[in-house]
Ligand binder design. Sequence first.
Ligand code: BTN
Length: 246
Amino acid sequence: MSISKDKILSALPSRYGFEVKVFDTADSTNNAAKRECSYTPTLVAAAAQTLGRGRHGKSFFSPTGGIYMSLVLPKADFFELATVRAAVAVCRVIERFSPDKTEIKWVNDIFSDGRKVSGILCELVEDTVIIGIGININRNEFPDEISDTAGAVKLENTDRETVIASIAAEIMSLSELCAEKLLAEYKSRLFILGKTLEYTADGEKHSGVAVDINGQGNLIVRENGIFRTLNSGEISLGSKSFAAKE
Ligand code: BTN
């Protein structure tokens, strides 16, 4: 189940000028992208990863059959709201090719039917931003450690190359959307607003209500009447939290 570079190129609008590199197996497409670290927009895709990486030093389950791709883009043009743009693009493209509906858990985990189906890892390397995207496709079985939380999307009448090219094109075309509209769509897809979350701040565990996203994509939470801005980090929704609306 190799990935075809020619199929990606034929589905990718040439105006974006992407160089495309494909691997049967990569350690991590983000690592491969870093090694390339080209200043031309580059799309790296692999059929499988041996060391797929997630946020916060976690691994990302990456067997054959899923989508593993990284874009290398100039930081000057793509740094601002890169994670927000990538999350919206992934949701739009999944919904174009799948009957499954998607939602976002801040910052950029993509959920469907209550399970995480896709993760995004953005990294800055010199003057470039690397946007790494992994999507679980047509799969029911996961390793024990993630079997309670992971899910997959069903793809219909398409192939991985078309989805990969469509995500790259969607990220590029979203850069033409103004920040207000982009953030409005991102917020409309978030399922955490109004819910009680657990998060760590200043080394301590806290619990607060997610109230909004600011213009930089940061999450505003309210705890005992005090507002706090979270700019990265992990949040969790305890089982009681889904019911805990303010
Ligand atoms: C997360 O869930 O925390 C982010 C997961 C990001 C996974 C993708 S798969 C393609 C790219 N290569 C990696 O090693 N990670 C990203």
